[in-house]
Design a protein around this ligand. Structure first.
Ligand code: MN
Length: 383
C-alpha cells in the first residue's frame, strides 16, 4: 500500500519550536513541508526554503514578500494576517504546527481549527486568550506540543476523564526559585534569561522566571483536558525530568519522564499516535538520584493566582496574555523592572472586568485595547 505524504504547515518556522520541528521532520519519509510562515528572520527563512522547498510561504511584511518572490518564483508568497489565514486553511494541509509566539499565533490556530485541521499546538497563548471561542469537539483536534501537556496527553491515552483525580503539572521553578523577596527586587535581564534546564526563546524564558508560564499552562491544561481549576495542581520539580503526572481516582500516580528536549514532545505531536524512532541516548535512571518536589510559592510568585481567576472568567485570558506580552517586551527592552511584570498584569486585569467578546474580531479588538492600556501604564511607571 502506498501511503500518501502528510503535508505540514509550520507557523513560526524560524523560532525555537519551528527550528526543532524542522529538525524532527528533516529525515522523514512520510512527512513533507507544504508551507512555512515566519516573521522577520528572513535570512534563516531563506535557508529553510532552500532546504525544505515549501509550495507556500507567508511573512509578516509586504516588502519581504516582494523580495522573496523575486528570488523564488516557483513558490507562492503571502504576507500579514491574510497570509496566515491562507496558509492555515490550505486544502491539502494535513497538520498545522502552531508555533508563533504570543497572541499573534491565535490567527492561524483559529482558522485552522475552524477549518477542521489537526493542529499541533505550541502557541499556548492561543488557548489562554481565546480558548473559549473553541468548542470541546474543536479542542479535540489540537495535539499539545508544550512538554507538560504532551506528558499528560500521553498518560491519558484511552483513559476516561472520570478516572482522573487531578493533573500534576511540573515546573522547574525557574532561575529564582531560591531567591529571597529582597533578592527579587534587583533581578537583571541576564539573570532572567538564564534558565536552568530548558533552552527556549526569550519570551518563554522570561515567563518561566516569573512563573507566568505555569499560569498560562494551568489555563492551557484546563482547555486541553476539560478540567476545572481544582483538578489542576502544580509542583516544583527542579530537575525537569518528569514532565507532568496524573493522579487517578484510586490515588495511583502516573508520570512521564524524558530528557528536557523539545524535539521529543514535538515528535510525539507530529507522529501521533505513532512513535517515531529516534536515535536518542536512553535516560540513565541511575543518575536520577536527586528527584525532588517542592510546593509552589504563591506569595513569591503571585502571578500563579491569575490562573484561577482566568479559568473562572475565561474572557480575562486575553487581558492576562496581552498585559504579560507587553510587560515582558518592556522588561527585555530595559524599560521596566522584573517585579513590574506582575504589577502590570495585575493592574490590567483589575481594569478589565468583563469584556464582551464573542468572535475573533471582538477578541482582536480587546487585545489591541489592552495593548494600548498596558503600554500607557508602563510609560507611567517610568516617570
Ligand atoms: Mn511547558
Amino acid at each position: 500500500m502506498v501511503k500518501k505524504d502528510i503535508n505540514i504547515v509550520i507557523f513560526g518556522s524560524t523560532g525555537t519550536i519551528g527550528i526543532n520541528s524542522l529538525n524532527v521532520i528533516r529525515n522523514s519519509k512520510t512527512h513533507k513541508i507544504l508551507a512555512l510562515s515566519a516573521g522577520k528572520n528572513i535570512e534563516l527563512l531563506i535557508k529553510q526554503i532552500t532546504e525544505f522547498k515549501p509550495k507556500y510561504v507567508s511573512v509578516s511584511n509586504k516588502i519581504d514578500k516582494i523580495e522573496l518572490q523575486k528570488k523564488f518564483n516557483e513558490i507562492k508568497f503571502f504576507d500579514g494576517d491574510e497570509g496566515l489565514k491562507t496558509l492555515a486553511t490550505l486544502n491539502n494541509a494535513d497538520l498545522i504546527i502552531s508555533a508563533i509566539v504570543g497572541f499573534a499565533g491565535f490567527i492561524p490556530t483559529y482558522y485552522a481549527i475552524k477549518n477542521n485541521k489537526k493542529v499541533a499546538l505550541a502557541n499556548k497563548e492561543s488557548l489562554v486568550a481565546g480558548g473559549f471561542l473553541f468548542s470541546k469537539k474543536e479542542i479535540k483536534n489540537m495535539i499539545p506540543i508544550d512538554s507538560e501537556h504532551s506528558a499528560i496527553a500521553q498518560i491519558l491515552q484511552n483513559r476516561d476523564k472520570k478516572t482522573i483525580k487531578r493533573l500534576i503539572i511540573t515546573a522547574s521553578g525557574g532561575p529564582f526559585l531560591n531567591y529571597s523577596k529582597k533578592e527579587m527586587e534587583n533581578i537583571t535581564k541576564k539573570d532572567a534569561l538564564n534558565h536552568p534546564n530548558w533552552s527556549m526563546g526569550d519570551k518563554i524564558t522570561i515567563d518561566s522566571s516569573t512563573m507566568v508560564n505555569k499560569t498560562l499552562e494551568i489555563i492551557e491544561a484546563h482547555y486541553f483536558f476539560d478540567l476545572p481549576y481544582e483538578q489542576i495542581s502544580v509542583v516544583i520539580h527542579p530537575q525537569s525530568m518528569i514532565h507532568s503526572m496524573v493522579e487517578f481516582t484510586d490515588s495511583s500516580i502516573m508520570a512521564q519522564l524524558a530528557y528536557p528536549d523539545m524535539k521529543i514532545p514535538i515528535s510525539q505531536a507530529i507522529y501521533y499516535p505513532e512513535i517515531e524512532n529516534f536515535s536518542y541516548e536512553s535516560m540513565d535512571l541511575t543518575k536520577l538520584v536527586n528527584i525532588s518536589f517542592i510546593p509552589p510559592n504563591f506569595e513569591k510568585f503571585p502571578s500563579l493566582n491569575f490562573a484561577k481567576l482566568v479559568i473562572e472568567n475565561p474572557k480575562l485570558g486575553v487581558v492576562l496574555n496581552r498585559a504579560n506580552e507587553v510587560a515582558v517586551e518592556a522588561f527585555l527592552n530595559d524599560k521596566i523592572k522584573w517585579n513590574d511584570i506582575y504589577k502590570t498584569i495585575k493592574t490590567a486585569i483589575e481594569n478589565y472586568n468583563l469584556a464582551n467578546i464573542n468572535s475573533i474580531e471582538d477578541l482582536k479588538k480587546v487585545d489591541n485595547e489592552v495593548k494600548i492600556f498596558t503600554q500607557n501604564l508602563i510609560d507611567s511607571f517610568q516617570k
